[in-house]
Design a protein around this ligand. Structure first.
Ligand code: ASP
Ligand code: MG
Length: 422
């Protein structure tokens, strides 16, 4: 008998019928002798619907006072879910009790709409489990010091589930979703993409930060910090499949490079169109230019990702970097009006039609020549690389966005990702 946390996403909770299915699945696990804590998301579309209503009554959404009310509102989606799921569990003959985040309580800081979990008091939940109850806890939310309801950011139910699993030292946190695991890349781009049986937590972190929407990145960070065993699996398998089979399905996120891991050097190809490029041209090449440019950008709360400075010619150089596409216009404006005149640079150019494509794999730590193989595969397709950045376990390039799918397919093939791992 083990303590298990199940998390169900919005699609899995999308209708009364699906909720009854979730209840049947959870009841099956409970009847097998496990202590069950279940963390559901709001029914699909519900959080968007609620936030849409907010826009209709209040156009301004930036002040702290407004964001407090947005959290009050958005948190209700999950409250509906836990009530319905508890009722469905009871109808299955289980003893079940639901709690909103503030009732547990799940303590967070006061950063409305993007709060961070600080601690979880598990006394009540443990007592319920000991009394043989299934405990259903709202995802996505908590309560701050002042008793205000907070939410954790979109997709935050993943983080709630992992945090509960960490606090309660659960044997495993199962994330049930509408895909059947983590893939080598998006199967809509590469039909040959394969499901990974395991992926290391570090690889998952890189993939989550680069556009794989399977898990909220903060949940992966949490799992890594507390070493929470975590599995991503489908909620669309028949609810009555054998637990032994279900417990092996999907993708397991691992923490050790043990022999069970698939030994591919590159595990996945990630890509996104979230960034835009900015080039400051003809910058006088002297100490402090990176600081003058990026310092001003940072001071405006704009995050910078990739950076390139060219060799200088005749005392002048070009300096390029990428920012989130949402910040592109603001960053360009800042550079033109403030930085350019102060620096005495020639001009600034922007390009939003770029994309970032990355290869990710912990095997890159111990193998050389992986990046050059990537560049070779792209050049064979005639794709020009505009920027490069590397870390221990990934290499990313910026290319013209019109070649994104071609690049992803070429790299998937070049690294044999369509072949089953040995
Ligand atoms: N319901 C919230 C959202 O739609 C949280 C979640 O689903 O994880 O973002
Ligand atoms: Mg989600």
């Amino acid at each position: 008998m083990a303590l298990i946390v199940h998390k169900y996403g919005g699609t899995s909770m999308g209708s009364p019928e699906r909720i009854r299915n979730v209840a049947k699945r959870v009841a099956k696990w409970a009847r097998a002798g496990h202590q069950m804590v279940v963390v559901p998301s709001a029914m699909s579309g519900e959080t968007n619907r609620l936030l849409g209503l907010a826009k209709e009554v209040s156009p301004a959404q930036v002040t702290d006072a407004v964001q407090r009310e947005l959290d009050m509102l958005a948190s209700t989606g999950e409250q509906v879910s836990v009530g319905l799921l508890s009722l469905a569990l009871q109808a299955e003959g289980m003893e079940a009790v639901s709690y909103a985040g503030w009732q547990v309580p799940i303590h967070t800081n006061s950063a409305y709409t993007k709060a961070r979990i600080e601690s979880i008091d598990d006394k009540k939940v443990r007592a319920d489990l000991a009394a043989g109850k299934v405990v259903v806890i709202t995802g996505f939310q908590g309560v701050d010091e002042g008793g205000n309801i907070t939410t954790l950011g979109r997709g935050g139910s993943d983080t709630s589930a992992v945090a509960v699993a960490a606090a309660m030292k659960a044997a495993e946190c199962l994330i049930y979703t509408d895909v059947d695991g983590v893939y080598t890349t998006d199967p809509r781009v590469v039909p040959e993409a394969r499901r990974l049986h395991t992926v290391s937590f570090e690889e998952m972190l890189e993939m989550a930060s680069m556009g794989s929407k399977v898990l909220q990145i903060r949940s992966v960070e949490f799992a890594g910090k507390y070493k929470v065993p975590m599995r991503v699996l489908s909620s669309f398998t028949p609810w009555d499949i054998a637990i032994e089979e279900e417990a092996k399905s999907g993708t397991l996120i691992t923490f050790e490079e043990d022999e069970q891991m698939e030994q591919a050097i590159v595990s996945g190809i990630a890509f996104n169109r979230d960034e835009a490029k900015i080039s400051v041209l003809g910058v006088p090449d002297k100490p402090g230019i990176a600081y003058s440019i990026l310092g001003a950008v940072g001071a405006a709360n704009i995050e910078v990702d990739m950076i390139i400075q060219n060799v200088s010619k005749d005392g002048r150089t070009d300096f390029s970097f990428t920012v989130n596409r949402n910040d592109h216009a603001r960053a360009m404006d800042l550079l033109k009006t403030q930085v350019l005149p102060a620096l005495g640079a020639n001009s600034v150019e922007g390009d939003a039609k770029i994309c970032k494509v990355s290869i990710v794999g912990i095997g890159m730590r111990s193998h050389v020549g992986i990046a050059s193989k990537m560049f070779g595969a792209l050049s064979a397709e005639g794709i020009n690389i505009q920027m490069i950045s590397t870390s221990e376990i990934k290499t990313s390039v910026v290319i013209d966005e019109k070649y994104m799918e071609l690049a992803v397919r070429a790299l998937h093939k070049a690294f044999d990702l369509d072949q089953a791992a040995a």
